[in-house]
Design a protein. Structure first.
Length: 264
């Protein structure tokens, strides 16, 4: 008998209301729920996958829009987990739109891959000419403290950021089979068990470079694709070491508005 699979969708838009941002549209269904803690200027949304994790056949979608002049920050309640799949891929598809003069922070906590996971993930972001974006995607390859190793995993991950239809950033990661063997290679991860990719698009991106480089571990790097486009990536031995460097970086770039769930 075919087991029922988790389906969930979030459709969220915010707008500018006076000097603050407010919810303009909200629709959630299935396994996707959302909490809205009080915040200062931006709307802060905490996304919750009530199914408790992802496995083959699950499908989650997020459509988030920051309207003109508004601010939206999205995070997750805890780390997302991709568990062993008996059949097929789990899918996560997120579409972000940031309109003129708006800001959007995409700050999910770690994705943890478990042995046997099969996950296909897509994230696309469309920016107006003067929109601001802070985006991070942390991934953990098994829990080191639990002695977990990944010998049979399928992970297909794509991130695309466009501004006015012009590509700014395109990152694709495809890992199959014995992931641990691949991560041992110096040209891939040098034995690291966690990785984070970061994109910051804002007029002050260049000014943040010295501070970000000072916060980076030796296994990380940051560069400018332009005066307003900052890219960074770091690898670390495990989730703890990654967070030790990543949280101060996100604090700086978010101007100390990193969601509380990151510190629990």
């Amino acid at each position: 008998m075919t087991q029922p699979r988790a389906q969930g969708a979030l459709d969220l838009a915010v707008k500018q209301r006076g000097a603050r941002s407010a919810i303009d549209r909200l629709r959630s269904q299935g396994a996707m729920k959302t909490l809205f803690p009080r915040s200062r200027d931006m709307v802060q949304a905490i996304m919750i996958n009530t199914s408790g994790g992802l496995t083959g056949g699950d499908h989650l979608t997020v459509d988030a829009r920051a309207g003109a002049g508004a601010g939206l920050s999205l995070t997750t309640q805890a780390a997302e987990r991709a568990y062993r799949s008996a059949s097929g891929f789990a899918r996560m598809e997120s579409t972000l739109t940031v309109e003129a003069g708006a800001s959007l922070f995409w700050l999910p906590q770690e994705l943890i891959l478990f042995e046997g996971a099969a996950l296909r993930r897509r994230l696309t972001c469309d920016l107006a000419a003067d929109a601001r974006l802070l985006l991070v995607e942390p991934v953990v390859f098994g829990r080191a403290a639990m002695g977990e190793t990944l010998r049979d995993v399928q992970f297909d991950d794509h991130i695309a950021v466009r501004r006015e239809g012009v590509p700014l950033y395109h990152d694709a990661v495809r890992l199959t089979g014995d992931v641990m063997a691949g991560l041992q290679r110096a040209a891939i991860a040098g034995g690291a068990g966690a990785m984070a990719s970061l994109v910051y698009v804002a007029p002050d991106a260049e000014a943040f470079m010295p501070k970000l480089r000072a916060l980076m571990p030796e296994t990380g790097g940051a560069s400018l694709m332009g005066p307003d486009i900052l890219l960074a990536r770091l690898v670390a031995a495990d989730s703890y070491e990654m967070r030790r460097h990543l949280v101060p970086m996100l604090d700086a770039l978010s101007q100390d508005t990193l969601p509380t769930s990151w510190r629990l």
